[in-house]
Design a binder for this molecule. Structure first.
Ligand SMILES: [Fe+2]
Length: 245
């Protein structure tokens, strides 16, 4: 039916680089194939993203990826993606769960860093590792800047906010998930994300996108008043685009 009301322009993300996603087919439980990846990419293009750092999981037992397995998957993916004719750029790295598998890779210098020598690290979920500080320090000795993936999702930090202060103070950058602000991971993650926002500890926002349900939640959330407030609080602070330029 004819409408007198012009469709409202959709609000976009305040940056064009997504630094955390699971869209590289065949190496983790994100996009199952290139068509699925293309759907996720198009959904994010509508949100204003045109540069993607692909960060498949590296986890002991489940996804024992190495620079070789990831580079091989990225090569095949790019040969398909180049034929899509869409104006986007890709880089490839990984999301390293800090476990025995990753630690062995770090010790052998088998690392696939993000641009500008950053590395995306994921904590253990049950409890913080006792040797976390030492591992982070060893990584920094390799001239890599650690980025902690979604620090708000580790529920043990809810009662230990001092750890956020210590880790950030030690040079660990924080990447918060848009999905956490949207409430997708529950109250504790949302509460932690708000705390990090209030204390100016958010360096990056990220999608951590695995499938279309994530895309739908994020796309709806960024249209909200709540997100507008968060974006204005973060104005001038986010490093997403500086990681790429
Ligand atoms: Fe992730």
């Amino acid at each position: 039916m004819f409408s007198f009301f012009k469709k409202r322009e959709k609000i976009k993300l305040p940056y064009t680089t997504d630094i955390h996603s699971h869209m590289l087919p065949g190496v983790d439980h994100g996009a199952a194939n290139a068509d699925h990846a293309l759907e996720l990419i198009k959904a994010q293009m509508e949100m204003g993203i045109n540069r993607f750092i692909l960060t498949p999981h590296i986890t002991k037992s489940t996804f024992e990826n190495t620079p070789e397995t990831i580079n091989a998957a990225f090569g095949s993916f790019m040969s398909v993606a180049n034929g899509w004719g869409i104006d986007v750029d890709f880089r490839v790295s990984a999301e390293y769960r800090i476990d025995e598998f990753s630690i062995a890779q770090f010790e052998e210098d088998r690392i696939l860093p993000m641009p500008k020598a950053h590395i995306l690290l994921e904590n253990a979920y049950q409890q913080e590792r006792l040797d976390l500080e030492r591992i982070l320090f060893d990584i920094q000795l390799k001239n890599l800047t650690p980025i902690m993936a979604h620090p708000e999702r580790f529920s043990y930090y809810a009662a230990r906010k001092d750890r956020y202060i210590q880790l950030h103070g030690a040079g660990v950058l924080f990447q918060v998930n848009l999905l956490s602000f949207a409430g997708y991971f529950g109250k504790t993650a949302r509460h932690n994300a708000e705390w990090l926002l209030e204390h100016n500890f958010i360096d990056f926002l990220g999608s951590d996108i695995h499938h279309m349900e994530h895309a739908g939640v994020i796309s709806e959330y960024i249209q909200s008043k709540d997100f507008r407030k968060i974006a204005s609080r973060l104005e001038g602070r986010l490093l997403n685009d500086s990681l790429w330029d």
